[in-house]
Design a protein around this ligand. Structure first.
Ligand SMILES: Cc1cc2nc3c(=O)[nH]c(=O)nc-3n(C[C@H](O)[C@H](O)[C@H](O)COP(=O)(O)OP(=O)(O)OC[C@H]3O[C@@H](n4cnc5c(N)ncnc54)[C@H](O)[C@@H]3O)c2cc1C
Length: 540
């Protein structure tokens, strides 16, 4: 018999799941002063390392919150190369090498104030948890399982179980966000399906420790390693901390289904090409998927992160796409809870984020299949002329196709929210999409470009809690436009930038940037009906 309901708690936003996306959303809401409650069935411990790669856009979000430096310090040391190697074994032949000089460290680049970093969830999740729970308005309840919900009288009534005490409690909320990785009952209750391929490949990961593995071979330090043999490319090695922690990934259903029968030590030694001292820490069977939810929510309920999209790790996109959801949803929930946002904000979340996820999930699957289907050669690891020729051919094909797996500034920074109901489209054509190259634009829907301003800050440091009207060069008087924000009680500020290079980069004399850093409207003159623009961008 179910235990009696013990307590009723009330919160504006109930978040299910304290993985990186649930914690990130709680952090963003806390940073905006919006109360929220996160329930997590686990105890916060992380047994096995998953995501490691944060792209520049995710790092920009961490910068906005003021935690980018903590993430950099906790992750791979700044001088550790983010190089990608294709090999026969660590002591065998090198087939291809992709250097990523724009990754890691803190040296300035022209396209972002932040560079992609490597900080595994082993360290990232605790940083996000500390940061989120540092806000008095954020409550995190561990060992609490979300069971079910109903929507009643314009709010959510959820049932949760306290796993320590066993009692059932009720939480009433204005909004519910599934950040459960797809593991809770929320999608099912809403009748939302995950479309795509539920199982592209079965895998087993082995987490192990070897101090400075690079001292046992001649290929030097690298972040990612792929190993080819006569069967093709089915093993990967990921460096996790720049020191001693590694993850060997093995593809294949037998390994997935028989983790206890896999000789992890033999696998590690085979990958090195000789016996080395090592300590196996843990293993994790997991499935590579290609899935996007057909809806991103219904009514007062939203899906974010892996609850909305799941892809293969090829390209390092899952957590980053989830952080993009956080950046989009956080300010919209804040606007709804604080009363200055309108109902179209709700639909705009799916309209903006679902097409981005669909593109990225496809990109991850393409990346994955290219390597998985890459033809090998029986002599690929042999010291024979046929072996050398096979390695040369495979190396050339890898460089041709895989650079865009690892150099993805266009995917990270070039996300444009076309067809959004809360963006003022100005009719200009969309820039040509590129995976590897980011092309700055202030076309409405795009991320407002980065440039360094005179006081050493980035233009991005000007955006965040409210809307920002950027006035460039000899911008015309915009006081009626500014007054329209005040009359609708929308958080708002104007900034003037005189630098002619930034004026050229920003393309128009007035550029309106949303709280998530995307352009909402632009023009050389203020809009003829300022209130109509303000109402559109606040979803009224
Ligand atoms: C091997 C591997 C490597 C990866 N590498 C990368 C990478 O380099 N870069 C990248 O961007 N992504 C990467 N990813 C993907 C990344 O790990 C995920 O996209 C990310 O963890 C998703 O975060 P999330 O918070 O949405 O979901 P999750 O991390 O799955 O968290 C969901 C949380 O919800 C909790 N929960 C579930 N149901 C309930 C319930 N009923 N009640 C309460 N709590 C509940 C769970 O306990 C869990 O803590 C990788 C994934 C794998 C498997």
């Amino acid at each position: 018999m179910a235990a009696a309901s013990k307590s009723v708690t009330r919160t504006p936003v109930l978040i299910v799941g304290a993985g990186p996306v649930g914690l990130g959303l709680a952090a963003d809401l806390g940073w905006r002063g919006v109360p929220c409650l996160v329930v997590e069935q686990g105890d916060g411990s992380i047994g096995h390392p998953r995501a490691t790669a944060e792209n520049a856009r995710t790092m920009e979000l961490f910068r906005r919150w003021g935690i980018a430096d903590r993430v950099k310090e906790a992750g791979t040391p700044p001088d550790f190369p983010h190089t990608v190697l294709y090999l026969t074994s660590l002591t065998g032949y090198e087939i291809a090498r992709i250097d990523r000089p724009g990754h890691g460290g803190a040296a300035r680049t022209a396209i972002s104030p932040e560079r992609p970093q490597r900080c595994n969830q082993l360290w990232l999740d605790p940083i996000l948890r500390d940061f989120a729970t540092g806000f008095p308005s954020v409550t995190l309840k561990m060992r609490t399982r979300f069971e079910s919900f109903v929507e009643k009288d314009g709010h959510i009534v959820a049932t949760v179980t306290d796993l320590a005490g066993g009692e059932t409690n009720t939480i009433e909320a204005d909004y519910l966000v599934a950040c459960c990785g797809g593991a809770s009952s929320i999608q099912k209750t809403l009748g939302i399906a995950m479309n795509g391929v539920p199982a592209l490949e079965y895998n087993l990961n082995i987490f192990f420790r070897v101090k400075e593995l690079w001292n046992f071979h001649d290929k030097g330090k690298a972040a990612l390693h792929f190993f080819a043999d006569a069967q093709g490319i089915w093993r990967t090695l990921v460096q996790l901390d720049g020191r001693e922690l590694w993850r060997l990934g093995i593809r294949g259903r037998w390994h997935y289904e028989n983790p206890d029968k896999v000789d992890a030590s033999a696998m590690i030694n085979a990958m090195v090409g000789r016996e080395i001292p090592h300590e196996v820490v843990s293993s994790l069977p997991w499935v590579a998927r290609d899935l996007v939810a057909d809806r991103y929510g219904k009514g007062r309920v939203f899906l974010a992160g892996d609850a909305a999209h799941q892809n293969t790790p090829s390209g390092g996109f899952g957590l980053n796409t989830g952080m993009g959801d956080v950046s989009d949803l956080g300010w919209k929930l804040a606007a709804l809870v604080q009363g200055w946002g309108g109902p179209r904000l709700i639909d705009s979340y799916e309209a903006e984020r679902r097409p981005v996820a669909a593109r990225i999930v496809k990109q991850a699957t393409d990346n994955f299949l290219r390597d998985r289907k890459r033809p090998s050669h029986p002599e690929i690891a042999m010291d024979t002329p046929a072996g050398a020729e096979a390695r040369r051919k495979m190396g050339a094909a890898i460089l041709e196709s895989q650079s865009k797996v690892y150099l993805t500034d266009g995917t990270a920074l070039g996300q444009v929210y076309d067809n959004s109901p809360i963006i003022c489209d100005d009719g200009t054509p969309p820039p040509e999409a590129s995976v590897s190259e980011y092309r700055p634009t202030t076309r409405p829907g795009a991320r407002a470009p980065h440039a360094w301003i005179a006081d050493g800050r980035s233009t991005l440091d000007l955006f965040g809690r409210g809307f920002t009207l950027v006035k460039l060069g000899d911008a015309p008087d915009a006081s009626a436009f500014e007054a329209a924000f005040a009359s609708r009680r929308v958080p708002f500020a104007s900034v003037t930038l005189d630098d002619p290079e930034i004026a050229a980069l920003y393309e128009r004399r007035l550029v309106l940037v949303r709280p998530d850093g995307h352009v909402a409207w632009r023009g050389d003159k203020p809009p003829p009906d300022p209130l109509a623009v303000v109402d559109r961008v606040r979803g009224a």
